[in-house]
Design a protein around this ligand. Structure first.
Ligand code: 1YM
Length: 643
């Protein structure tokens, strides 16, 4: 019905464009990427983008985004309000054109930086087409003009519905359940994107409210006067910067502009996030390549000029100069070209030169004015370069020694006879006495034992080169045969199961955390593939006369104890706590912990490994406060472990 009414209003040429909105419903993926929860969130971004355009044009300073009950979205801004006058070509109010006609963009109003791949207000009609209903309200300073649409078609003419004393636009919509797999918005996902937009538009206030559950109302007031500088501070809040001030440089050329904010931390990885017209360019592009090339040049030139690099030294690499760097690059270009698989790669070639010249001029200037900061940064890059060189050497010597293959298997490895990974397993055992019992008690046909000794390695503080040379982890790498990091090869794994066997006390927990963290960071496919297990030794030993039984929990202990006493409840059952693996003899260890027929194994998941990794970071990292908090919080747990 609604459709008939609408089509009657238009002339021939506009009927053709009307079919455009049907095309959006037929192939939604082409317009918003997908109909999954991702596409659903995209609807919100499209409407918010129009408000942000208005902010960029300088007419709007506050945007409110609300998730209302039943997943209705409301976006409101205090801009000029979408024009309500009759559109000269279409003969209907411009606001109605904006919402009901799929236009190419750029035709309505000019100037400013175009977002969403260069289309102005074009998202509004797409959102409308993909909504069960949408209502728009325009405040023009005097009157409120309102119109409602259902699945893209207006339900009636634009009407004045009241008076107002301000200007702005309010849009409310319910996504179409005929189109989307789910209508449930994720608060955190929307928050992340809105926060990003607030950082990118310094001073713009974005209020975000989740009003779906009246008992769990969430709201955020996002406004950052410092813009992308504050973005860097925000990203570094749990890291340790090596210089206090966030470095900020910006510049313009023609109608394009670029700004860059950055700060180095003690971390080893790099966080580089780039935007073009407020769109996160995850596939990179010319702004990123310009930045990287110029950074490398500037830092090498400065290092040579001030003698941090001697003539004989080779240049610092592109990776070296960005180790531990957190950087935001934001560019605004009038005709942005988005390329790549997901249209998130910036193609404009002039931007490479713009970013590169800003870094070359302004960063050099900054270094000359702040020699202390320059020295710190170059020191970091030089040590990155040395670590890279050391890692390369260690890798090479590891490769060479791997040539003498199984000869280089560690001395503490008691290998098994079978080579068939369908059956083989390796027990990694902490401590020599437990290792001895395990070696004697095992089924040598398919069970290998590796005893670990030597100092504990602080993985958090180590780079790859230290891992290669560490006397505790080296035997593990050699025994498993897979190598590590970029050289990891699952095909070369020598056992079908990797079983960590350690005591149920603090030391045992420590070695488990260490190994799991190590696997997580350097042999992740091992955990992802479900190859890593922990053996579960018994907690109690129960003896009555000649009969010995083992219990793995308190409940089991009580049950077995009752069984042993028998019906008459007579006879003394001796119950002892298992002190440790080292105190079991070979037979006991086999019967309780190693016999595939009776033992319990717990398979480690990626979740366990991530938790271990975090525990490790906290326990071994450089920050004292979180470590203290962690230990206090877990004191009870640690004591329980320490049986
Ligand atoms: C909650 C969504 O869409 N705000 C918004 C949109 C527009 C304007 C202001 C606007 C733009 C211009 C002139 C111009 C749009 N207008 C158009 C079109 N908020 C929201 N606020 N006057 C007002 O660009 O010249 C498209 S979007 F085409 F009608 F001008």
């Amino acid at each position: 019905m609604a459709q008939e009414k609408v089509t009657n209003q238009y002339d021939e040429s506009s009927i053709q464009v009307l079919e455009g909105l049907e095309a959006v419903r037929k192939r939604p993926g082409m317009y918003i990427g997908s109909t999954s929860v991702r596409g659903l969130h995209h609807l919100v971004y499209e409407i918010v983008d129009n408000s942000i355009d208005e902010a960029l044009a300088g007419y709007c300073d506050t945007i409110t985004v609300r998730i209302l009950p039943d997943n209705i979205i409301e976006v409101e801004d205090n801009g000029r309000g979408i024009p309500v006058g009759i559109h000269p070509k279409m003969g209907i109010p411009t606001v109605e054109v904006v919402f009901t006609i799929l236009h190419a963009g750029g035709k309505f109003g000019g100037g400013g930086y175009k977002v969403s791949g260069g289309l102005h207000g074009v998202g509004a009609s797409v959102v409308n087409a993909l909504s069960q209903w949408l209502e728009v309200e325009v405040h023009d300073g005097k009157k409120i003009h309102a119109q409602r649409y259902e699945r893209g078609h207006s339900c009636g003419p634009l009407q004045v519905v009241g008076d107002t004393d301000h200007t702005g636009t309010k849009v409310r919509f319910l996504a179409d359940d005929q189109i989307f797999e789910t209508l449930e918005y994720e608060y955190e996902v929307l928050l992340k994107r809105l926060r990003e937009q607030a950082f990118l538009n310094a001073g713009l206030r974005i209020v975000f409210e989740d009003l779906r559950d009246e008992e769990k109302v969430r709201s955020k007031n996002l406004c950052y006067e410092g813009g992308i500088r504050e973005f860097v501070t925000y990203l570094n809040k749990s890291k340790e910067p090596i210089h206090e001030e966030v470095i900020y440089v910006s510049g313009m050329k023609g109608t394009s502009m670029a700004e860059i904010a950055m700060q180095y931390t003690t971390k080893y990885d790099e966080t580089l996030i780039s935007f073009a017209n407020d769109i996160n360019t995850t596939e990179g592009g010319t702004h990123e390549t310009g930045f990287k090339a110029a950074m490398t040049n500037v830092i090498n030139n400065y290092a040579r000029k001030h003698n941090y690099l001697k003539e004989k030294d080779s240049n610092l690499s592109s990776e070296d100069v960005r180790e531990g760097l957190t950087v935001i690059i934001s560019v605004k270009v009038e005709e942005a070209q988005f390329e790549g698989q997901t249209k998130t790669k910036l193609g404009n070639s002039e931007v490479r030169g713009l970013v590169s010249s800003i870094i070359t001029e302004k960063l050099t200037e900054f270094f000359e004015e702040n020699p202390k900061i320059a020295k710190t940064i170059i020191g970091k890059a030089v040590s990155a370069s040395q670590a890279r060189e050391a890692a390369r050497k260690a890798r090479e010597s590891a490769r060479k020694s791997a040539l003498s293959t199984s000869l280089s298997l560690p001395g503490k490895l008691a290998d098994c006879q079978s080579k068939d990974t369908k059956y083989t397993e390796i027990y990694i055992v902490e401590g020599d006495s437990a290792g001895g019992s395990a070696k004697d008690g095992r089924d040598r046909r398919f069970q290998a034992i590796l005893s670990l000794w030597g100092k504990m390695l602080n993985v958090e503080k180590s780079r790859l080169d230290k891992v290669y040379n560490n006397d505790k982890l080296q035997p593990v790498i050699a025994a498993l045969g897979t190598n590590i990091g970029a050289d990891f090869d699952l095909e070369k794994l020598r056992y079908g199961k990797v079983i960590i066997m350690a005591d149920a006390d603090v030391d045992g927990a420590h070695i488990r955390t260490l190994l799991l963290t190590f696997f997580f960071r350097f042999m992740r496919p091992l955990i992802e593939g479900g190859y890593v297990y922990t053996a579960v030794p018994p907690l109690y030993k129960l003896v009555k006369g000649k009969e010995t039984r083992y219990a793995y929990s308190d409940e089991e202990r009580d049950k077995i104890s009752a069984e042993l006493r028998g019906e008459d409840g007579k006879g003394k059952v001796e119950i002892s706590r298992n002190k440790g693996l080292g105190e079991m003899d070979a037979k006991e260890l086999w019967a309780t912990t190693m016999d595939p027929e009776t033992r319990t194994l717990k398979q480690f998941t990626l979740g366990d490994a991530i938790a271990a990794d975090q525990t490790f970071s906290v326990l071994m990292g450089e920050k004292v406060e979180p470590r203290k908090a962690f230990i206090e919080e877990n004191a009870k747990y640690v004591m329980n472990l320490d049986v």
